[in-house]
Design a protein around this ligand. Structure first.
Ligand code: CUA
Length: 187
């Protein structure tokens, strides 16, 4: 049973509480929108701290990605660095060679538009974006040859943009590396 003398007060109090909670939930929504907007704008305006940039117009002129520096390099610590470029519509080198059971660092970029870099049968999957270095570390357990298709639509010749990667025995690779500064399997 409600008592007529207090029901008006209770209704008032209830309404006030409801307004307060409505205001709190609107404030939360506004705060989330402000945070999302700030994060989005900030990320779009700032380069990520770990991103490495490179001038795509000067790749062939100097720096890490000149033609004579592309391919697989044996580092002093025994690991391998593979440098490659994607361009409409091929990879350079078009055949990459790496040893089994060795840490391999891929360092790649694009000379023109966005390409995809994927090694069939592995989880190696990169985007080659002009202006940026895409880097990934990997290790190949078994020898063999794998396909390397461009998996990002990059123009009319996209379908024909394929490369290969040859994984060879560690000892065989070491023998090759004695005589060549940069290795590839382009025939
Ligand atoms: Cu390059 Cu598709």
């Amino acid at each position: 049973m409600t008592q007529p003398s207090t029901s008006g007060d209770e209704a008032d109090r209830g309404e006030r509480a409801e307004h307060r909670w409505a205001a709190v939930s609107v404030a939360i929504v506004v705060l989330l929108v402000v945070m999302a907007t700030f994060a989005g704008l900030y990320q779009a305006a700032m380069p990520q701290s770990r991103v490495e940039t490179v001038d795509p117009r000067r790749l062939h002129l100097d720096g890490e990605f000149i033609e004579s520096n592309l391919g697989s390099a044996l580092e002093p610590d025994g690991s391998i660095t593979v440098r490659g470029i994607g361009q409409q519509y091929s990879f350079t080198p078009s055949c990459m060679i790496v040893p089994t059971d060795t840490l391999v660092t891929f360092r790649t970029t694009s000379a023109d538009v966005v390409h995809g870099f994927l090694i069939d049968g592995t989880n190696i999957n990169l985007m080659l974006v002009p202006g940026y270095v895409s880097s990934l570390k990997a290790r190949f357990a078994t020898a063999g040859e794998r396909l390397m298709p461009c998996h990002e639509f990059c123009g009319l010749g996209h379908e024909g943009m394929w490369g290969r990667i040859k994984v060879i025995d560690k000892a065989a690779f070491a023998r090759l590396a004695v005589s060549q500064r940069r290795l590839n399997c382009v025939e």
